[in-house]
Write a protein of this length. Structure first.
Length: 79
């Protein structure tokens, strides 16, 4: 699995879902966020559903990120 990448070091190279951590120490929160630039604005980290009240820009709270791991594939899954 990849290591955490501090936002101060660099941001994702491409748009899509990422694993992010907000805060640090005891109160760190880990969640999946979308890194994108809706309406042509600069890229940001978002959570929630686009167009819904739950859609929120969390960029200022994200301290680090990493690519999502590959999904689990069992013995019988197609390769």
């Amino acid at each position: 699995m990849a290591d955490w990448i501090p936002c101060s070091e660099r941001l994702p190279d491409r748009y899509g879902k990422t694993l992010v951590t907000c805060g640090s120490g005891v109160w760190a929160l880990v969640m999946i966020a979308v890194y994108s630039s809706p309406m042509g604005n600069s890229p940001r980290f978002w959570i929630g559903d686009v167009g819904a009240d739950t859609f929120e820009d969390i960029t200022d709270r994200v301290t680090a990120w990493m690519p999502l791991p590959e999904r689990y594939r069992g013995e019988n899954d197609d390769k």
